[in-house]
Write a protein that binds this ligand. Structure first.
Ligand code: MTE
Ligand code: MO
Length: 372
């Protein structure tokens, strides 16, 4: 566990974190890479993930903090536009609550193992996001006939010129979805550098790789954006494959929607509690539809009880589930949770293996000890 509050605030000084001994909340570092930080699982017991413990994922680390960075919008448009965060004030402001989850969250649990940042559960969080609709910006520039895709670039640069830049894309239809935002606030505060200041995309229901940070250029075009992060990265097999299969790129499709998932935040796996009232609490969400129900089993999946849900239901938005019961005697307890969304999709007992360990969403189980 490493302190990182200063990482959020001090920009270029971030790399000096081990020598900055401030107090504060902690995240979990991955692979000694200062740009990848996981939210501790015990925070998945509430509707909003506090910003100081909100996971951070970045391929190359942040660019310099430039509150005045311009965003250009060009390509197949009538009037190309260049604007700064202050210019967004002329557009309607929107705030929504949504889950940001890295497509690689849970990858560490893949069998056989797969390469990539070995996230267990902590590469996700829910925040309120405030900004303007990307749709409104695109209406201002006037999208021309024949346009079908958006190419999206952030200001971060790879460590070496030979490494491809982080370039993403999305179909124009998703860019025009009224929930797709160009955001400048997170949990009511100005966006921090680690989370994309001054501007980032918010794409509720879709995986984190689409939520481009340090937004600097949007291009409207006919074809899908090109580059490593479109044609090679962030793809899954077109149809399920056996664990360990090598899948050629031609047999893959781009990742988009977050599959239905729940995670138990408390009790912690391996924790200790006193005899008496017990509470299993966690979060559940789906990028396809609102959550319909979360069930908890205390006997390894034979009998299930529906948990109480808190918070507003919505696509790409998590709700808290809570199941209370009494433990009359000391011993070891087990709980497992599974969510079902309103499209009928149910969280699977085992996740569908794929070569990059994307979209892991198996049932989450915890065990804890009850003492007298
Ligand atoms: N410019 C830029 N945007 C980016 C990335 C990046 O490396 N560069 N990483 C993406 C990935 S893979 C994820 S999961 C999310 C993480 O967002 P967070 O750090 O705010 O949690 O940012 C996305 N946006
Ligand atoms: Mo990610």
């Amino acid at each position: 566990m490493i302190r990182r509050r200063e990482f959020l605030g001090l920009g270029a000084l971030a790399l000096a974190w081990p020598r900055l001994g401030f107090g504060g909340e902690t995240l979990l570092a991955h692979m000694a890479r200062p740009q990848d930080w996981a939210t501790p699982t015990e925070y998945f017991d509430r509707l909003i993930t506090p910003t100081p413990v909100f996971f951070v994922r970045s391929h190359f680390g942040p660019p310099a903090l430039r509150p005045d960075r311009r965003l250009t919008i060009d390509g197949l448009v009538d009037k190309p536009l260049e604007l700064g965060a202050a210019d967004l004030k002329t557009f309607e402001e929107v705030t929504l609550t949504g889950v940001l989850q890295c497509s690689g969250n849970g990858r560490a649990l893949s069998q056989p193992r797969v390469p990539g940042v070995q996230w267990e559960h902590g590469a996700m969080g829910q925040a309120t996001w405030t900004g303007v609709r990307l749709k409104d910006l695109l209406e201002r520039v006037g999208v021309q006939a024949g346009a079908a895709h958006l190419r999206i670039v952030g200001a971060d640069l790879p460590p070496k010129p030979a490494v491809p830049r982080y370039v993403r894309g999305m179909p124009l239809a998703r860019a025009l979805d009224p929930t797709t935002l160009v955001a400048y606030r997170m949990n009511g505060e100005p966006l921090g550098l680690a989370h994309g200041a001054p501007l980032r995309l918010v794409v509720p229901g879709w995986t984190g790789n689409h939520w481009v940070k340090w937004l600097s250029a949007l291009r409207v075009q006919k074809d899908e954006a090109e580059g490593f992060y479109m044609q090679t990265g962030y793809r899954v097999p077109k149809s399920p494959v056996a664990p360990g299969t090598v899948v050629p790129p031609a047999d893959t499709v781009s990742l988009t929607t977050l599959p239905v998932k729940s995670i138990i935040g408390r009790p912690s796996d391996g924790g200790v509690a006193k005899v008496g009232p017990q509470e299993v609490v966690g979060v559940a969400f789906s990028g396809a539809a609102a959550i319909a129900k979360v069930e908890v089993s205390l006997d390894g999946g034979k009998r299930w009880t529906e948990a109480a849900l808190e918070g507003e239901p919505g696509l790409g938005r998590w709700q808290v589930f809570r199941h209370r019961f009494d433990a009359a005697q000391p011993g070891t307890l087990h709980a497992v949770a599974r969510a079902t969304d309103q499209s009928g999709a149910a969280q699977p007992e085992k996740a569908q293996w794929n070569p990059s360990g994307y979209l892991w969403n198996a049932w989450h189980a915890v065990s804890w000890t009850v003492t007298a």
